[in-house]
Design a protein around this ligand. Structure first.
Ligand code: H2U
Ligand code: ZN
Length: 344
């Protein structure tokens, strides 16, 4: 009898059409170790050498204002530029290049150097949600911007250059690869079923309850059935929304609450500020409706068993298909267990 808890199998990611290999028999060892409160981070509230702290000079020579809440600025070393130098190359369809325009910004969540989403107050995170919304609207309304990617790299392991709480936005002309895959799959599903892929998926997960980590009135977080990273989560709005601009005030509060609890839970899992890349996926901003799109966030954390033991995407995974040992069901149970110990 085929058993998802015992036998090697593949799982489909319906958002991308890609598969993940699951080897549950390899992760039968019991969990060890107690969950304790993370000791307060030893960083100071203000760091004179930090390029994101209020009043400090950045690498490009510009000085930050003495900001008191959130703060956004144009990335001093942007990966994309907004001036139009158009062109392309195409040699027999094999050596192909196209010019790409974009805007890169950096967003500070807080003036306080030693905070993180996990240690900020819900009301302060709600202000970050407001900023994300405002940036999505402003950048998305530019006629030549068709995709707005908001993302956070946290921790040196993820290549984050500075522990000051911040994220980035890259907004550009074309849809990035991951967004393009999800765009096609959601549209195809919508056309075939006349309903939303992620609305229907959320309903299945809520009924099963097995992979849900947290839920509140407006949002759920789930270790998706097709998760690749050990403690990967997907954050879904309960209501069918296509982007930040459709969130009502109470939903912004709910999102802030869920982000705080989820990141807090991550930090307690291995008693370390948990590294991850997270980001929001929203409808393309080409002015069309994109009813098939469902607003969501992905959290991709690399840690596997401790503060230092991480998952690598190498070997078979790099050349073939991603693989995991601990099942998404066990990962979700573990996160819930830790979540129950949260004190706020
Ligand atoms: P991380 O979020 O991965 O740490 O990247 C921080 C960004 O901040 C990075 O894209 C920018 C870098 O270009 N940056 C500035 O815009 N000004 C600075 O003074 C230093 C870093
Ligand atoms: Zn700082």
């Amino acid at each position: 009898m085929f058993d998802l808890k015992e036998h090697p199998h593949r799982r489909l990611n319906p958002l991308t059409g890609e598969w993940v290999l699951v080897s549950p028999h390899r992760a039968k060892r019991p969990w060890l170790g107690q969950v304790e409160d993370l000791p307060p981070e030893s960083r100071p509230e203000y760091d004179p050498s930090c390029y994101l702290c209020p009043g400090n000079e950045r690498a490009g020579g510009i000085r930050n204002p003495d900001y008191r809440g959130t703060f956004v600025f144009a990335n001093d070393f942007p990966a994309l530029r907004d001036e139009a130098i158009e062109g392309e190359e195409d040699m027999k369809g094999l050596i192909v290049a196209r010019s790409e325009r974009g805007i890169c910004r950096v967003l500070c969540f807080s003036p306080q150097h030693n905070l993180a989403l996990s240690s900020m107050e819900t009301a302060a995170i709600a202000q970050v949600v407001d900023l994300w919304t405002q940036q999505f609207v402003e950048l998305g309304s530019l006629p030549w911007i068709n995709s707005v990617q908001i993302f956070e790299n946290r921790g040196a392991m993820m290549g984050c250059s500075n522990p000051h709480p911040h994220c980035q936005i890259w907004a550009n002309e074309t849809l990035p690869n991951e967004v393009q895959k999800e765009h096609k799959r959601q549209a195809a599903y919508y056309n075939e079923h006349e309903s939303c892929l992620l609305c229907n998926y959320a309903e299945l997960e809520l009924a099963a309850a097995e992979r849900i980590v947290f839920e509140n009135e407006d949002f759920i977080s789930v270790v998706p059935f097709w998760a690749v990273w050990p403690f990967e989560t997907l954050v879904l709005s309960r209501r069918h929304l296509t982007g930040f601009d459709e969130l009502i005030q109470s939903e912004k509060q709910s999102l802030a609450d869920l982000v705080r609890r989820l990141t807090g839970c991550y930090d307690r899992l291995f008693q370390t500020p948990f590294p991850y890349s997270m980001g929001f996926h929203q409808r393309p901003t080409d002015g069309c409706r994109h009813d098939a799109w469902h607003f969501h966030a992905h959290f991709y954390p690399p840690l596997l068993r401790s503060a230092t033991v991480r998952k690598f995407m190498v070997g078979y995974e790099l050349l073939g298909t991603p693989q995991r040992d601990i099942t998404p069901e066990r990962a979700a149970a573990r996160l819930r267990e830790v979540g129950n110990t949260l004190t706020r």
